[in-house]
Design a binder for this molecule. Structure first.
Ligand code: SF4
Length: 344
């Protein structure tokens, strides 16, 4: 008999991307299983082409009431709900729909102690969120060592073609590796300084690469601010991308990506593009390091970092030393390591 499983993760971009290995693990473990993924409408296309997923349900928070979502879930006659969001709303849905539920471990307390470390001295890291997602479906193994445990976004030929067109437009006949720079992040304290992005873009242009400033769908503006600072001599500028699939197409077509700790960092890693993630007030210790053979990150390990779970809080030291001391030269070195590794 085919079992029916509902996997729930409403948001945000990075968290939704990181759910991918769960679908593969469920198919492997349960064999005959029908998997439905429930997410917010702006992320619904991300996993639409995933061959391990049977169906995507999307909800529009402006239009779909909680009771209508509960009705969908009831009608879906699921044997199991895998709750990877673990919010009040997702708990309420499982409770009211009367479906058995398996939840991932948020490790809230451990995250709290890591952020409080400068004051209380704890140094234990949180397990990667993908490992905790997989644990919710009974998987235990070596994360990253088994290929199916690395999040992957499956892009259709149409999306890949869109990416190639975008790259052609950005290169404008120039030769060189296209390096996408994403200066945005949801929370301003975790944005690497704009002056560093502009220095990095000039350094890349001088050595023959083609840096392109890119704005993800929900964070427009910053890329154009940097272009205003440095001009467009040797530098490309992408108009703000309209949705997550345009973002995935652009990042898949790039030769490398440099980004703050943000959702696009996970998108780049999941489409297999070389990516350098920049961490300041947040830290990979919180379980959100980019995964995959083409992913690298830089975190200087200041005693005060991480000072915030999501990078929302302003710097309590007055100056963001964690990002100010992360100079563009370090990013160039990390990029070169990734390019070299790709050749060997
Ligand atoms: S330097 Fe400031 S922003 Fe950076 S980790 Fe320390 S307290 Fe946080």
């Amino acid at each position: 008999m085919t079992r029916r499983v509902l996997v729930v993760r409403f948001s945000s971009l990075g968290d939704v991307v990181l759910t991918a290995p769960v679908f593969t693990a469920l198919k492997k473990r349960l064999g005959a299983v029908h998997i439905t993924f429930l997410t917010k409408n702006q992320y619904a296309e991300l996993h639409r082409a995933n061959p391990h997923l049977d169906e995507v349900w999307s909800l529009d928070p402006q239009k779909d009431s909680l009771s209508s979502v509960i009705e969908w879930v009831k009608k879906g006659e699921f044997n199991l709900m895998v709750d990877l969001h673990r919010s009040l709303r997702s708990r309420f849905i499982s409770l009211r729909a009367g479906v058995s539920v398996s939840r991932y471990k948020q490790e809230r307390w451990r995250r709290f102690w890591i952020v409080a470390r400068p004051r209380f001295g704890s140094r234990r890291g949180v397990r990667p969120v993908v490992e905790r997602y997989l644990e919710a479906v009974g998987w235990c193994g070596a994360l990253g060592k088994e290929p199916d445990t690395v999040p992957q976004l499956y892009l259709t030929d149409k999306v890949l073609e869109q990416g190639r067109e975008w790259k052609k437009e950005m290169l404008q006949g120039r030769e060189g590796r296209l390096v996408s720079l994403l200066p945005g992040a949801k929370h301003p304290p975790k944005q690497w300084p704009g002056t560093y992005f502009s220095e990095l873009s000039q350094m890349l242009a001088w050595r023959g690469d083609v840096p392109v400033l890119v704005s993800p769908p929900d964070i427009p503006g910053l890329a154009s601010d940097i272009v205003a600072m440095v001009g467009t001599e040797g530098i490309g500028f992408s108009e703000p991308l309209g949705d997550v699939m345009q973002l995935a197409a652009a990042l898949a077509a790039s030769d490398a990506v440099v980004t703050n700790d943000s959702g696009p960092m996970h998108v780049a890693a999941a489409v297999g593009t070389r990516v350098v993630g920049l961490f300041g007030p947040t830290s990979p210790e919180l379980g959100f390091a980019p995964l995959g053979p083409s992913a690298a990150w830089i975190h200087l390990g200041h005693f005060c970092s991480p000072c915030s779970k999501h990078g929302r809080r302003p710097c309590w030291r007055g100056k963001r030393f964690c990002l100010l001391e992360l100079k563009p030269e370090l990013v160039i070195d990390a990029l070169d390591d990734l390019f070299q590794w790709g050749q060997s």
